[in-house]
Every structure is written in C-alpha cells, then in structure tokens.
Design a protein around this ligand. Structure first.
Ligand SMILES: Nc1ncnc2c1ncn2[C@@H]1O[C@H](COP(=O)(O)OP(=O)(O)O)[C@@H](O)[C@H]1O
Ligand SMILES: [Mg+2]
Length: 230
C-alpha cells in the first residue's frame, strides 16, 4: 500500500532522515517506534509532503507522491493525525468532523461508521472540541481523519498524555478501523504495550535510520526495550 524507498528528509540543510526504506502492506497495521528525536514524526511528515524529501521514492498504491503537494496526497487516500492532535478547540465536535469532509470538497455528511467507532462523540456533538478531555480529543482527531474513508490511516503518538483506560479504547477503535473498514494503518508510538497489542509489523528507528524490523511476534518486548533504552 505504502512503499518508501531510499528516502531522505531535510530541515533546511540539516538531513534528519537518510536512505529510509519502509513498507506498509495493504490491510496491515505497522508501527514505527524509537526514542525521542530519532526522526519518527519527520518520517510521517515526509509521507505527507510537509518536509523536504530530496531523494528517494514514496509510493501510495503504486502512485509516486514524492513531488506532490500535501493536499493531493490526502486526496489520494491518506488520513493523517499529527502529534498533539490538532483539533479546533473553538469549533464543535460536529463542525470538526464536517471540516474533514469540506477540506476535500465533499458534500456528504459524516458517515455513521464514525459514530459507531467512537461512541463517545455523538453525546458531545454540539460541545466545543476544547471542552473534551485529551483522550476524547484524540478520538475526535482520528475520527476526522477517517470521514473520507482513506486507504491508509497515519497516527503520530496517539497515546501521548492519555490515561490508560482511554488508550484501550483507542487501540480497539484502531483495530476495528483496520478489520472492519479494511483500512491500512501506520502508527508512530513509544508506548510499547499499545504497539504489541495492535501491530502486525514493527520498525525500530534510531538517528534517522531503521535499525531493526520484524513481524510483531518475532521481536520480544525485552529486546525492543533494550534497543529503545540503550
Ligand atoms: N521543524 C524543524 N526544524 C529543524 N529541525 C527539526 C524540526 N523538527 C524536528 N527537527 C529535528 O529533527 C530530528 C527528528 O525530529 P522528529 O522527527 O520530531 O523526532 P521524533 O518524532 O522521533 O521524536 C530532531 O533532531 C529534531 O530536533
Ligand atoms: Mg515525534
């Protein structure tokens, strides 16, 4: 579904990612993990076209996107939730969701599967996004990324700063998005239990490079923790 080959990414003259290869097969859940500052968010921004990627290739379902504008990448079928969520606090929950549709020029209404996946949202439909708890805002942000039924959902640290019971809800929702809607998922995450609970495949990143990768069952939690804390 998503294939990154030999990609580099830069902020100005500073090269943060070098010759990265990463594959997210159709209908799989793939996690990219690693310590703070290694380049996880930059990898996702590269996929979205939000940072400069002078080399390599970024293909979505066979279409080369590396030189495409962010907006056109979204139209190809990417739902992206940046780190820190980024909902509109002064707009209602309903308006936040509708914005996801209008941004792409769609005149459809918010599909029912959204409310089915996130049952906490309907009771809050008329409340401002800013009134929601952190966990509820994260669910709103994910819901908004899903209103156009993307081919791939990309999440940047969805559990950051969220209490454990809500983390479980988010994990369940992501599993259902994958299994019931058939949407491929790429998640950047540092919370290992969450990663082990939902992913099919794991990439471990260090200083702008992938240093280890494997099916989730083939990597032990101890081994991952050792790499992450070294
Ligand atoms: N907007 C920016 N301008 C310059 N350097 C940045 C910017 N954003 C991130 N970086 C640098 O790029 C590196 C990778 O950052 P990031 O991708 O955010 O890491 P992670 O998401 O793994 O914590 C870090 O060294 C960070 O300081
Ligand atoms: Mg980050």
């Amino acid at each position: 579904m998503l294939a990154i080959k030999n990609m580099s990414a830069c902020y100005g003259e500073s090269r943060v990612i070098r010759s990265l290869d990463l594959d997210v097969p159709d209908k799989k859940v793939v996690c990219l993990i690693g310590r703070n500052g290694v380049g996880k968010s930059t990898t996702l921004k590269s996929i979205m076209g939000l940072v400069r990627t002078p080399e390599g290739s970024i293909e979505l379902a066979g279409t080369e996107m590396r030189k495409m504008a962010p907006y056109d990448r979204v139209r190809l079928g990417i739902g992206y939730v940046p780190q820190g969520r980024d909902i509109f606090p002064q707009m209602t929950v309903q308006e936040n969701l509708e914005l996801g549709l209008k941004a792409a020029g769609s005149r459809e209404r918010v599909p029912d599967y959204i409310y089915d996946l996130f049952p906490i949202l309907p009771p809050f439909a008329k409340r401002n996004g800013g009134d929601l708890s952190g966990g509820q805002q994260q669910q709103l942000a994910i819901a908004r990324a899903l209103v156009l039924k993307p081919k791939i959902l990309i999440l940047d640290e969805p559990t950051e700063g969220i209490q454990p019971s809500v983390i479980e809800d988010i994990g369940e929702a992501v599993k259902r998005v994958n299994r019931e809607l058939g949407i491929t998922v790429l998640i950047v995450e540092q919370y290992l239990d969450f990663v082990l609970g939902i992913s099919d495949f794991i990439y471990i990143m260090e200083k702008g490079e992938i240093i280890r990768q494997g099916e989730t069952g083939s990597l032990s939690a101890d081994e991952i923790t050792r790499i992450m804390t070294n």
